[in-house]
Design a protein around this ligand. Structure first.
Ligand SMILES: Nc1ncnc2c1ncn2[C@@H]1O[C@H](COP(=O)(O)OP(=O)(O)O)[C@@H](O)[C@H]1O
Ligand SMILES: O=C(OP(=O)(O)O)[C@H](O)COP(=O)(O)O
Length: 462
């Protein structure tokens, strides 16, 4: 059994927390080449306990097929383990809060696998961060070929301690994280599979537990997504960035640097930074309204001056490379009215009708220019689409994806809210492929490595 010392854990976590900074030259391809495949575990004998970090953040509906796409993504890997006679222990998070339960998820996994999938509710001693012996006994007593689920990892603080950790915090955190990982290795297993494609946060179950494992592997679904559709997206011609997370500008920069993008559509709240940048470059000042008022600096839609400066560099550099930028020219504000220019108190919550028309025309021009021989990647939503008052931009955009696909364009949709909008306003077959993950896809295509791939590489390199 592997045991990780506190110093080793500290060094491990430092690499995880630093991400790209720790290994600036590594690409997605390097991480994928390093991550062992499920087939590499062919010699693991029947009866072995195998940990599966699962993509269990799902809300199963009444029927199979509803709200369980991430659970279905795990079926091939889990069936493989059942056939091998492994005792598989699925663990992972549901939602952001500690209260979420995996009860429905375990039941739906049972339906998908055609076998009883029990939930082990109480499995970490919160004083010591070690595995409770009752949970270890339950796993030991399970039959070969069984599948169990451990209750929501985020119920325990240890799962979340790296989320906001800085390198200087690691002295205090390393002993606790080492205790957790070592206890899992001692009482559950040292064989670990990651089949949690969307779990891109710094959860201990994704990025720390591999430190104490003897064998690790990337699940079949995740490997297929990274090696298949993701590779197409790495060569996208058109990138659509939308939504509220302004740090997507970092990903835009990284994608542009890869050299294939010829056209960018920016929409939603984050597009305001690009719109202002274009205004400044072209001598036509643009107001961001409430989004540029420092009084709102703690709001998720606040756009700091540094982001406008970054957007200016992106646009100036992009134009030199021949990239065209399409951004909204009007906005829907809080009271539902449409404005070309925002007053200092207006908050932009959707794009207006002129912008909808402009994006549609730009899609037409893209299809004409490429003859449909192109790849398009879409991320995010064009407004607060959950509220009918602010859904028009997103609702009108989704059929444009269908239009592109029908013209021959390969259309990929990053999961997250963009995926939800496709579900709400379109059909699966309107696009070539919709990912089951939002953040992970942007990490893989953008500026930061996918944390769990970093951990699998570190484990494989041990
Ligand atoms: N002005 C806005 N434009 C777009 N989305 C917004 C805006 N204000 C708030 N949002 C919210 O941001 C979320 C989508 O943005 P984001 O989280 O960046 O997308 P994703 O989850 O696809 O990465 C949605 O819930 C949306 O309602
Ligand atoms: O829903 C998820 O990702 P997504 O919103 O990026 O698609 C994953 O469960 C990750 O969730 P997290 O962002 O709470 O770590």
């Amino acid at each position: 059994m592997s045991t990780v010392s506190t110093d080793q854990m500290k060094a491990w976590c430092e690499k995880i927390v630093k991400g790209r900074e720790a290994a600036p030259d590594l690409t997605l391809g390097d991480y994928l080449a390093a991550a062992p495949s499920l087939d590499s575990l062919a010699d693991v004998p029947a009866g072995t306990v195998v940990l599966v970090r699962g993509d269990v953040d799902a809300k199963p509906g009444d029927k199979v097929g509803e709200g369980d796409i991430r659970l279905r993504s795990m079926v091939d890997t889990l069936k493989h383990g059942v056939e091998k006679g492994w005792k598989q222990v699925v663990f992972g998070h549901i939602g952001r809060k500690p209260e979420g339960s995996l009860e429905k998820v375990a039941a739906r996994l049972g339906e998908l696998l055609g076998q009883n999938v029990p939930l082990i509710k109480d499995w970490v001693d919160t004083d010591t961060n070690e595995i409770k012996l009752s949970a270890a006994e339950a796993v030991k007593a399970a039959d070969p070929g069984s599948v169990m689920v451990l209750e929501n990892t985020r119920a325990y603080d240890i799962e979340r301690v790296l989320w906001k950790a800085k390198v200087e915090d690691l002295d205090a955190l390393a002993p606790k994280l080492a205790a957790f990982a070592n206890s899992i290795a001692e009482h559950l297993s040292t064989v670990y599979v990651n089949e949690a494609f969307s779990a891109g946060s710094l959860d201990a179950s994704s990025v720390v537990v591999p430190a104490a494992m003897d064998r690790v592997a990337l699940g079949k679904y995740a490997a297929g997504e990274f090696n298949g559709p993701m590779q197409k997206c790495l060569k996208t011609d058109l990138a659509v960035f939308s939504g509220i997370k302004i740090d997507k500008l970092d990903d835009m920069e990284a994608m542009i640097a890869r050299g294939t993008i010829k056209q960018i559509f920016a929409s939603g709240s984050l597009a305001m930074a690009i719109r202002k940048a274009i205004g400044e470059l072209d001598g036509k000042p643009v107001s961001l309204g409430a989004a540029e008022d420092p009084a709102n600096s703690s709001e998720p839609w606040y756009i700091p001056p540094a982001r406008v400066a970054q957007a200016k560099e992106i646009v100036a550099d992009g134009r030199e490379k021949g990239i065209t930028f399409t951004v909204p020219c009007d906005s829907v504000v809080e009271d539902g009215s449409v404005k070309d220019e925002l007053s200092p108190t207006d908050q932009q919550l959707d794009i207006g009708p002129k912008s909808i028309e402009a994006f549609s025309q730009a899609v037409g021009a893209f299809i004409e220019r490429t003859g449909g021989k192109a790849v398009a990647f879409h991320n995010g939503v064009f407004g607060v689409f959950e509220d009918p008052k602010f859904e028009a931009g997103t609702k009108a955009w989704i059929p444009e994806l269908k239009r592109m696909k029908e013209a021959g364009v390969e259309v990929y949709v990053g999961g997250g809210e963009g995926g939800k909008a496709l579900e709400k306003y379109g059909e699966d077959d309107w696009v070539t492929h919709c990912f089951t993950a939002g953040g992970t896809v942007l990490n893989a295509l953008g500026s930061e490595p996918v944390p769990y791939l970093v951990a699998l590489k570190l484990a494989a390199d041990k």
